[in-house]
Write a protein that binds this ligand. Structure first.
Ligand code: FEO
Length: 407
């Protein structure tokens, strides 16, 4: 009888002299953070830095712990690791720590004070910690690690580790993308996918914190630290002109977006959908790009990306029980949490005998900090030809407003 045989092949990758990717690829991850769809999977990137003292920056998600140990072991026995740098405590980067710390029992963990607190609450382990602040450095021998706190980029405990002699920024979640790939560098795959996933990451994870992010980007840009490579803890590594991703983050953090309108709606008997189609026509007539999505048929984490990339929003729902349809209610709650900056919006919808949805939408948009053009547009039952013309004009009006805003 033939027996199935496991063959473990681990492949570390040298990303800079004496700096090795030893992380793991999660080809099958499809949901992250409960609601974030990861169509391309992800990777958990971990970096081994060889020197007189050996450091490991970030671990991987728990189920991938043996892969991490396997890749480290291709270079050195794990017990030779002196320092484990934890840039962020969330389990996708720390889940393998209990296994790692068993295999490297003499290692000391370096992290922010908040990260230490969180790790203690997550793992109840008796590890040796050194807490660090921005500007603290440790020497590995010929190489120096410098720490840069980065709170809310994306947790309060987040930090970056900078490898001075390699001008290499190990940025943890920031500047990463949820992509599983056999390639390790951005320039080795289709950049269109990279930018899509960068935007989706920013929209779903960082959007509420743009003020802090802008400050942190200013700090990095003004620090004088040369950055030749940015290696995040998800996805692919920026080695050619990594400043492009810093610039893109600044663009989003400043609330800049394309001259584009997102028409997000939901509909019960297709009347609100007919209104949405007429609005799309109006927007197109002004020459502005438009995307329409029926929320109950859409992936909310993809819609969040479209919000990030659009200056204007037209939001519509049929009225049911004096309020909006459930998928719209979820979208509006999400918007209130994301607090998108510098958006302009208006509301619409059809109703039978009482039209509460438009008011609910307008209130929620205002609570999200969005500039709302009023009054919204309501139609009783079905829009007739005159009603559809009104919808076309309604779309044109918002598109004209978006067109005027060149910022
Ligand atoms: Fe906040 Fe990739 O974890």
């Amino acid at each position: 009888m033939l027996e199935a045989q496991e063959r473990n092949v681990y492949m570390h990758v040298e990303i800079a002299d004496d700096v090795y990717w030893v992380g793991a690829i999660d080809w099958n991850l499809r949901i992250y953070h409960n609601t974030y769809s990861t169509h391309h999977g992800t990777s958990y990137n971990s970096y081994l830095i060889m020197d007189d003292k050996v450091a490991l920056v970030d671990a991987v998600y728990g189920p991938f712990g043996e892969e991490l140990i396997g890749r480290i072991s291709e270079k050195i026995p794990p017990e030779q690791i002196s320092y484990v740098i934890v840039n962020h405590s969330e389990p996708d980067h720390s889940g393998a720590l209990p296994l790692l710390m068993k295999r490297a029992p003499k290692a000391r963990i370096f992290c922010t004070a908040k990260c230490k607190d969180y790790l203690k609450r997550l793992y109840f382990a008796d590890w040796e910690f050194t807490t660090v602040k921005t500007g603290d450095e440790i020497s590995l021998g010929k190489k120096t690690l410098r720490f840069i706190e980065a709170p809310m980029m994306h947790w309060p405990d987040s930090m970056f580790t900078y490898v001075k002699e390699r001008s290499l920024l190990l940025s943890n979640d920031a500047f990463g993308q949820h992509i599983a790939s056999s390639q390790r560098f951005v320039d080795e795959i289709d950049e269109g996918i990279i930018w899509e996933e960068e935007a989706k990451y920013f929209a779903n994870t960082l959007y509420p914190f743009t003020t802090l992010i802008k400050k942190k980007l200013d700090e990095i840009n003004n620090s004088g630290l040369p950055i030749k490579m940015i290696a995040p803890s998800h996805g692919l590594i920026w080695r050619k002109d990594p400043h492009r991703v810093l610039d893109k983050y600044m663009y989003w953090a400043e609330g800049k977006a394309e001259q584009k309108v997102l028409v997000a709606y939901d509909t019960m008997w297709e009347s609100t959908a007919a209104m949405a189609r007429a609005m799309v026509e109006g927007i197109q007539r002004v020459g502005i790009a438009v995307k329409a999505c029926r929320l109950s048929a859409s992936d909310l984490s993809d819609v969040n990306k479209d919000v990030l990339e659009s200056k204007g929003l037209i939001v519509g729902s049929s009225t049911v029980n004096n309020t909006v349809l459930p998928a719209m209610a979820t979208f509006l709650e999400e918007l209130k949490g994301l607090r998108p900056k510098k958006k302009v919006a208006c509301a619409f919808g059809s109703h039978g005998w009482g039209g509460g949805a438009v008011k609910v939408i307008e209130k929620a948009l205002q609570q999200a900090g969005i500039d709302v053009i009023q009054p919204g547009l309501m139609v009783k039952h079905r829009p007739d030809p005159e009603g559809l013309n009104e919808c076309v004009e309604f779309g044109k009006k918002l598109a004209e407003r978006v067109k005027q805003d060149e910022g």
